[in-house]
Each structure stands twice: as C-alpha cells, then as structure tokens.
Design a protein around this ligand. Sequence first.
Ligand code: ZN
Length: 137
Amino acid sequence: MAEYNKPIPIPQPESDRYWEGTRREELWLRKCNDCDEAYFYPRDICPKCFSRNTDWIHASGNGSLYTFAIVHRPPHPGFVSDAPYITAIVELEEGPRVPANIVGVEPEPENLSIDMPLKVVYEKITDEITLPKFTPA
Ligand SMILES: [Zn+2]
C-alpha cells in the first residue's frame, strides 16, 4: 500500500494471532482459564493472577465508550491530516478496555457520550496490519 506515514504497530510473537485475526476482521482476546478474566493486550501470562493457563477467545466486537479525547494537535506528523480525530478507551463486552479510534462520527463532543454502544470496524493500513476501530452501534 502506498505511503502510510503513521507509526505502525510491530507484531510480537505473543500478538501474532491477534493481528492474524484483525486481518480476517475478527477481534481476538486472551482469557485466563484460572481466574476467568479476559484481558488486553495479548500476552501469555494472565495480568491478574499470573497464570499461564490462558487461551484465545473470539470477541464479539461489541463494547461501549469508557472515555475519549478529541485530538486537535496530533502527537505525530503522520496524524496531522486526520485532525481533529477521536481517541478513546473502549470497554469491550468481554471486559477488557482497549485503546482505539472512534470513526464514523464527526469529532464533536455532542456526538459522544460515555457508555454509548460501539461496534468494531476494521481499517487495513498495510498488508500486515489491519487496525480495529470503533463506530456507534
Ligand atoms: Zn488469571
């Protein structure tokens, strides 16, 4: 793909399945079999109880807006043409809170409310990386 000038996530072995999932437009999370906690970002050891007895689960892609900011002065030159844009923490229905952009809505505070329902959408940015983003459900 031509000229993607933003920082790009660098997959790690522990997150390969996550990025394979987003390429298929699926959201995958890790879940602990000992304490039943789903968590993000993907890693082999549960961050709550430190168990290695963890698995991947296919998340629904549904969540709600936990908090947000409207960015007018991007922290990186690659995002200048996007501003203003919405960064957020989305609380997935499986429990984990994930950082993401909110798209499909004008970046004005009156269009956003805490706890509003959201659903995942995907943006392919390179052959390797497809980013999950969220839009009003
Ligand atoms: Zn655990």
